[in-house]
Design a protein around this ligand. Structure first.
Ligand code: URA
Length: 209
């Protein structure tokens, strides 16, 4: 499990448990996801480089330290990834945002790209991919492969939940990509859902079921 960061802060664990409950309303689920995403943003940005910046306090000049937020790109894997964006942007408002849309071809079961929109100058940027569930890993693997074509400085992957199968698949394909997650659940079921999990993240965020 090298390169896997389990975010086990008590606030994160508490909110995640509330989200998993089947009777959590769409509104509750989305609010908690928003809060949790801000907390996860703290963890995933922990090693971000800082720049020295000369500022004036009311008393004197000093050298402060600041993140260059514009170098950071949050890439949402559609559609559930969008549920994480707002909470992350609340704490890194200067970050740019990209979107990747993938669907699974019913014949080949391979991910097919239907949407891809990124900011300019990706070679200078650090990417944080967001998707609530790292399950089979197929979408994550395809998204990382596509983003690597743009030669970004770095790529990290943030999810709420994953399972041993998802971690193994993503690490095998992209061992250089660090995975940040709030939980590693027991297993995948035959339909590619995480157990015990929280159900279909997209449906729960957008109230589509
Ligand atoms: N996607 C989801 O939304 N839930 C799962 O359990 C697995 C993949």
């Amino acid at each position: 499990m090298s390169n896997v960061h389990l975010i086990n802060h008590p606030l994160v664990q508490h909110k995640l448990t509330l989200m998993r409950r089947k009777d959590a309303s769409t509104n509750t689920f989305r609010t908690l996801l928003n809060e949790l995403s801000s907390l996860m943003a703290y963890e995933v940005t922990r090693d971000m480089p800082l720049q020295d910046v000369e500022i004036e306090t009311p008393l004197e000049t000093m050298t402060g330290r600041m993140i260059d937020g514009k170098k950071l790109v949050f890439v949402s894997i559609l559609r559930a990834g969008n549920g994480i964006l707002e909470g992350m942007l609340n704490v890194v408002p200067g970050a740019r945002v990209g979107h990747v849309g993938l669907y699974r071809d019913p014949q080949t079961l391979e991910p097919v790209e239907y949407y891809f929109k990124m900011p300019q100058e990706m070679q200078e940027r650090d990417i944080i991919i967001v998707d609530p569930m790292l399950a089979t890993g197929n979408s994550a693997i395809a998204a990382v492969a596509r983003l690597k074509q743009l030669k970004p400085r770095s790529i990290k992957f943030v999810c709420l939940l994953t399972c041993p199968e998802g971690i193994a698949a993503l690490q095998k394909a992209h061992p250089d990509v660090a995975i940040y997650t709030a939980a590693i659940d027991r297993q995948l079921n035959a339909h590619g859902y995480i157990l015990p999990g929280l159900g279909d993240a997209g449906d729960r965020i957008f109230g589509t079921k």
